[in-house]
Design a protein around this ligand. Structure first.
Ligand SMILES: [Zn+2]
Length: 77
């Protein structure tokens, strides 16, 4: 039981780390999967003034698609 718990925590941390690295690549303009400069912002949703923004990206080259929740840095003053 403990092993399962530790395993799922590890997977969760790994998942978050992986996701952060993907977002870093996208912010530099690269697709995290095929490393081409073909990543495009397809959708942008805001959860209001204080909520996080949901950014959806898609790669036109390999079909990679993912969405990221980013902190909204007080865009409404
Ligand atoms: Zn790609």
């Amino acid at each position: 039981m403990l092993i399962i718990l530790l395993g799922s925590v590890f997977v969760y941390i790994y998942y978050l780390k992986d996701k952060k690295e993907q977002l870093d690549a996208i912010k530099r303009g690269f697709c995290p999967k095929c490393h081409q400069k073909s990543i495009e912002l397809t959708d942008q949703r805001s959860g209001g003034c204080s909520g996080p923004k949901i950014l959806s990206y898609e790669c036109v080259e390999c079909g990679y698609a993912n969405s990221f929740a980013v902190e909204n840095n007080g865009s409404c003053g």
